[in-house]
Ligand binder design. Structure first.
Ligand SMILES: Nc1ncnc2c1ncn2[C@@H]1O[C@H](COP(=O)(O)OP(=O)(O)OP(=O)(O)O)[C@@H](O)[C@H]1O
Ligand SMILES: [Mg+2]
Length: 438
């Protein structure tokens, strides 16, 4: 992509409404624009990151055997009256009346809708287990939308729902998601710690929140120091094997959210206990028959008797993750994207837009990288080197490849790694090879 043809409205000044660094940087880097409180447009650069985050989430869900579908954003109120949550949800739910005076709502979550789909179609235990997910916009009329996409009113969530015949099966589904989540966040370069959590309005008896520690996080959390010392959470998982022993090993190390942490009962000695703030990037729940019983989602069991299915639900804040990744990875100059979610891999900078030799060399690198499938943002504009470097540092692409007249005299270009700032001069051919374009 040529920057001269791109839409990248960078801001020089720090926007006064942004209180935390990720919000500031997302606005300054031209990733998002607020349209009203807690509601954002995703501009081209931001959308590329959102899509990459979404893709990782999707790949890990698919690998764990979940099936993607797409439910609507607007739901009928009746389903929520059936489960009993229509009144309970209160003012956070955006209620809508259509032209026929039917009560509708903009979905804040989808337990009711998926249970309805399930009960209409699945009648026998032979069709279990099932795990269905979608990645869809949600609306919650938060009292205090703030921190940009971290606490929006409209936000993108991956949510899935598991259906099993019995508790053992439901636990296996829960363990699968537990590991799928560890893998998902690790692939984004995040250390997301699974913490025992309150089950809240969704109800049920087993839940973990996945928390990225950050001073600007809204949750108070407690964990064993060992969580911070361990390698980033990443491992291969055989989803068909018995996952309980591995689950118990992971969760034997203490980690709990403030809601359930009890200082008196805490097993971690004080010198090993970390008290911190964190960002909730995902949460998983096992809640049994909380929805299947009132909504009559039953299957015929092996003996022909009807059994309400055992359910779990699992959420990931896809749009919140974009902010969380920035909170975890930035410096004074701007964002530092992990390669897996970077909007482009390489920022190609031509220092002299008016110099024929520089243009030819940069155009050639651009063409060859693009042909090889490397994502390049090519700064071909006529601007000062200082402004170009500042823009590249701000938007945080993993590599900056710089073409200038002095380098070309020596037959070299400069390659800078955004993380750590290491620079090297090398031939254009060597740079291409290094970036996967040779
Ligand atoms: N207002 C929001 N803006 C952006 N992401 C959100 C918002 N609310 C929830 N999420 C994300 O969706 C995921 C699943 O939703 P869940 O119902 O567990 O949220 P929640 O527990 O109500 O979140 P929170 O405690 O932060 O309000 C959360 O883990 C979070 O990452
Ligand atoms: Mg939650």
């Amino acid at each position: 992509m040529r920057l001269s043809a791109y839409f990248l409205p960078l801001l020089r000044e720090n926007p006064s409404e942004a209180q935390i660094v990720s919000h500031r940087l997302m606005l300054r880097a031209g990733m998002i624009r607020q349209s009203s409180a807690g509601i954002y447009s995703w501009l081209p650069l931001g959308l590329r990151v959102l899509k990459k985050v979404e893709r990782i989430v999707r790949e890990e869900q698919d690998a764990a055997g979940a099936l993607e579908l797409l439910m609507p954003t607007i739901q009928p109120a009746e389903l929520w009256q059936e489960s009993g949550r229509y009144e309970d949800y209160g003012k956070e739910m955006l209620r809508i009346t259509d032209r026929h005076e039917r009560a509708m709502l903009y979905g804040p979550t989808n337990e009711e809708l998926i249970t309805d789909i399930f009960r209409d179609s699945i009648k026998s235990y032979r069709d279990l287990p099932k795990n269905l997910y979608h990645i869809q916009w949600k609306f919650r009329d938060e009292v205090r939308p703030r921190f940009g996409v971290m606490r929006g009113r409209e936000f993108l969530m991956k949510d899935n729902y598991s259906f099993d015949l019995d508790v053992k099966g439901a636990k296996h589904s829960y363990f699968k998601m537990f590991f799928a989540y560890l893998r998902t966040f690790a692939r984004m370069g995040l250390r997301a710690i699974p913490m025992r959590a309150e089950t809240g309005p969704i109800g049920g008896d087993l839940s973990h929140e996945f928390i990225v520690l950050a001073e600007t996080g809204e949750s108070q959390v407690f964990c064993d120091r060992a969580w911070l010392e361990s390698e980033i959470l990443d491992m291969a998982v055989d989803y068909d094997s018995d996952l309980e022993p591995q689950f118990l090993r992971w969760t034997s190390l203490y980690a709990a959210t403030g809601d359930i942490h009890d200082a008196k009962a805490c097993p971690v000695p004080e010198d090993r206990l970390v008290t911190a703030r964190g960002i909730e990037v995902g949460q998983i729940f096992y809640f049994g028959t909380k929805y299947s019983a009132p909504m009559k989602a039953v299957v015929a069991g092996p003996d022909g008797e009807p059994v309400p299915v055992e359910m779990g639900s699992y959420g990931i804040g896809v749009s919140r993750l974009v902010g969380a990744i920035i909170e975890a990875s930035h410096d004074e100059a701007g964002i530092i994207w992990p390669e897996s979610v970077a909007p482009f891999k390489v920022g190609l900078v031509n220092l002299r837009a008016g110099d024929r030799r520089c243009v030819a060399a940069a155009d050639d690198l651009y063409a060859r990288l693009t042909r090889a499938g490397v994502e390049v943002l090519y700064d071909d504009r006529d601007d000062s080197p200082g402004a170009k470097f500042a823009a590249m540092d701000l938007i945080g692409l993993p590599y900056q490849l710089v073409v200038g007249p002095r380098g070309l005299d020596k037959g070299v270009v400069e390659l800078k790694k955004r993380a750590g700032g290491a620079r090297q001069e090398l031939s254009p051919e060597a740079a291409l090879t290094l970036l996967g374009g040779g």
